[in-house]
Design a protein around this ligand. Structure first.
Ligand code: ADP
Length: 417
């Protein structure tokens, strides 16, 4: 029979959980049969009735599981089902096999141990220890009259235990429903946010362009300067919005659908570099893409996602460089295309290098230089690149500069045919 440790099984919500349930059941049956076999081979007279008990209990449990899994109304009575199963199977066996109460404790001990093994150490440990103690104590004071007197308190404890198990189940179920509710709200938030946050940001860009083009009359230098500043800030807002949405999608959906297409990486790099030319020029930096002669092999990528990763790296290179240059190269290295972004900026301290790909991490020096940012871009970038089967690495020397390498696997010849 299942005890309080079994509730997890009854809140199965998807196929993954159901296959988990099958594994748990297999462990339960194997443990029980193992114990029965051990008793059998040691010529223990309890072997046969015990095997019978295991068979009956397993069938009853399976019926209860099927019933409660498919019928939501019955789900809440699951604890009661298992209580009845326990009482029925144990009564039948003790009656027909003419067992003593000691044997009853033994089979219950076997049942608790197998449940504990199957349903996990954490859940079952307490009930396991308690059972061992109580049953060992009862076996130790094995005197028929005393056991007869103890029968009712023991049954009461058993019922109490099952009631607690039922309560636990309900609590777990409530928590699960609450979690499912939160998950749904998160998904609703993403759907809402992607539309409601992106639309005004795009609209602001549109109006800024109208103003800068002179559609609402010509601007003086100060006005144009303010509007360019609004543009820069809107860009930050857009970046943050996109990063937060991307992270929510990654963490809520646990996966990202890549819309892959065979791509010539040089074209993508040129696009991203172009987008950063103004920003680099304004800071007096030399931004160059040193394109090689001839074409690089194709890569199979989600262009928009890789663009956003590269854009963040180049954005950072420009943001964290006060003078000098940002140089981009793309070349083949074995089965990968490597895009390297090298800057002559503030650099990253050696001990901080392993941390910069973690969520919200920002190195000490950027805080000193008072640079805006939240520390999400590289965390996201690494995940996206790894989803493509690639790698994102960094080398850096404090106060000298950094070099980020984005590696993407090349499409194999045979895949192109
Ligand atoms: P953000 O730039 O918004 O802080 P990122 O995740 O893109 O977030 O970067 C994380 C941190 O890595 C930055 O805060 C900065 O400390 C460091 N970093 C990233 N790129 C560079 C770079 N080119 N030069 C120096 N430090 C960098």
């Amino acid at each position: 029979m299942l005890d309080s440790t079994t509730n997890n099984q009854n809140i199965t919500t998807n196929t993954e959980k159901e296959s988990e349930g099958v594994i748990v059941h297999a462990i339960r049956i194997t443990t029980k049969l193992g114990i029965a076999l051990a008793l059998f081979f040691t010529n223990n007279p309890n072997a046969l009735p015990l095997a019978l008990y295991l068979g009956i209990s397993e069938i009853l449990d399976q019926i209860s599981l099927d019933l409660t899994r498919t019928n939501l109304n019955l789900k809440k009575y699951v604890g009661l089902f298992y209580a009845c199963n326990s009482v029925a199977a144990i009564s039948v066996i003790t009656y027909f096999a003419n067992w003593s109460l000691t044997d009853f404790y033994l089979i219950y001990l076997v049942h608790i141990s197998s449940s504990t093994l199957a349903y996990g150490f954490q859940n079952g440990l307490l009930s396991f220890i308690l059972s061992i103690f109580s049953y060992s104590f009862l076996l130790f004071i094995n005197q028929a009259p005393l056991l007869m007197y103890l029968r009712f308190p023991i049954m009461a404890i058993l019922v109490l235990r099952l009631l607690v198990s039922q309560k636990n189940y309900e609590k777990t179920n409530r928590t699960l429903n609450a979690v499912l509710g939160i998950e749904k709200s998160k998904k609703d938030f993403i759907a809402l946010a992607s539309h409601n946050l992106r639309t005004p940001v795009a609209a602001i860009y549109g109006y800024i362009d109208f103003l800068l083009r002179g559609d609402a009359g010509s601007l003086n230098e100060a006005q144009a300067d303010f509007i360019r500043k609004i543009r820069t800030n809107n860009k930050e807002l857009e970046k943050l919005t996109e990063q937060l949405l991307e992270i929510s999608i990654l963490e809520v959906n646990k996966e990202v659908d890549l819309i892959r297409q065979q791509s010539q990486i040089e074209v993508l790099i040129e696009d991203v570099v172009k987008e950063h030319e103004i920003m680099a020029r304004e800071k007096g930096l030399i931004l160059t893409f040193q394109r090689q002669d001839g074409l690089l092999p194709l890569v199979n990528i989600d262009v928009e996602k890789i663009k956003s990763v590269l854009s963040n790296i180049i954005d950072n290179a420009v943001k964290y460089t006060e003078k000098g240059s940002v140089t981009i190269n793309a070349f083949q290295k074995g089965d990968y295309i490597v895009i390297s972004v090298k800057d002559t900026g503030i650099g990253i301290a050696k001990e901080e290098l392993p941390k910069i790909f973690t969520k919200f991490y920002r190195s000490g020096n950027v805080l000193i230089y008072n640079k805006t940012g939240v520390g999400l871009g590289l965390y996201l970038g690494k995940q996206i690149v790894e989803l493509h089967g690639g790698k994102l690495t960094v080398e850096s020397v404090l106060s000298e500069g950094s070099s980020f390498s984005l590696m993407l696997p090349i499409i194999k010849e045979e895949m192109l045919q």
